[in-house]
Design a binder for this molecule. Sequence first.
Ligand code: UDP
Ligand code: MG
Length: 311
Amino acid sequence: MKKISAIIPMYNEEKVVKECYKRMTNVLTNLNDYDYEIVFIDDGSKDKTFNLLQEIAILDTKVKIISFTRNFGHQSAVIAGLKVVDGECAIIIDADLQDPPELIPDMIKLWEAGNKIIYGKRKKRKGESIFKISSAKIFYKTLNMLADVEIPRDTGDFRLVDKEAINVINKMPEHNKFLRGLWSWTGFKQVPFEYERDKRFAGKTKYPFRKMMKLAQDGIIGFSTKPLKIVGALGMISIIISIIILIYALLSYIFKLNNLEPGWTSIMVTITLFAGVQLVSLWVISEYIGRIYDESKSRPQYIINKIINIK
Ligand code: UDP
Ligand code: MG
């Protein structure tokens, strides 16, 4: 019998563990033609998440657990899950039930029709702050302006992916993987699946501004070298401005247009302008160098503390 895998990252989700297991199992047991497994990744939770998962896994061997030594981040958790699943396809879904598991059967139908990647596309987001919604909008706009591949808007990590695509992703040695972009990058046939995003079942978001920024940077830097070119353009513009200022100063000196107090303003303007451009340039370049440094250290992306029900 063919098997379907589910990958569910969890960070401090003690309030949703049971409900998540219940609803997932409910949906998956009703798939008559398929066997299934649910892989939970405990991303270094500090609450009872792991204990609760363990209690479930003792009774239900279809539930598998990978537990990290500390919090390595959502993307690392999903990547760890991708490494161990052995289904014909895998569903990546958040633990908080914002993406309703009940949609899975319909996604499977699209997969059976020959699509390799079915990505959830959010029609509506219930119970999310205006800040979150608008920052996501700005992020996807910028990303698509800069990125070298088309990255679908309004999508998160909720998707069904075929084994073929998983194998490709698993072989990539990259560290700062931005999965949402990489799925598109693989080029496998992908289709959107529109749905309404629910409220979080319980608990708070585990994606504070800091983590969102890191994700956005991984996306932009991982999929584009355009920021480097923008830096170059900024440099050129400021050089042109400085030449104009220079010519203006020379002319006003030659023709004694006005008795410039020996140019305090222009000097200040030039200096600050250049300092600004240089610092911005350095920052962008150092972001890239930082990633290169990260990759070259080739440290593992996560450390596993415990594994349960996985051979
Ligand atoms: N998550 C994780 N590690 C982290 C942050 C989040 O494994 O460092 C998990 C979290 O438990 C949830 C999923 O990633 O299952 C998405 O997080 P969340 O729902 O908080 O993000 P949001 O929906 O608010 O963007
Ligand atoms: Mg959520």
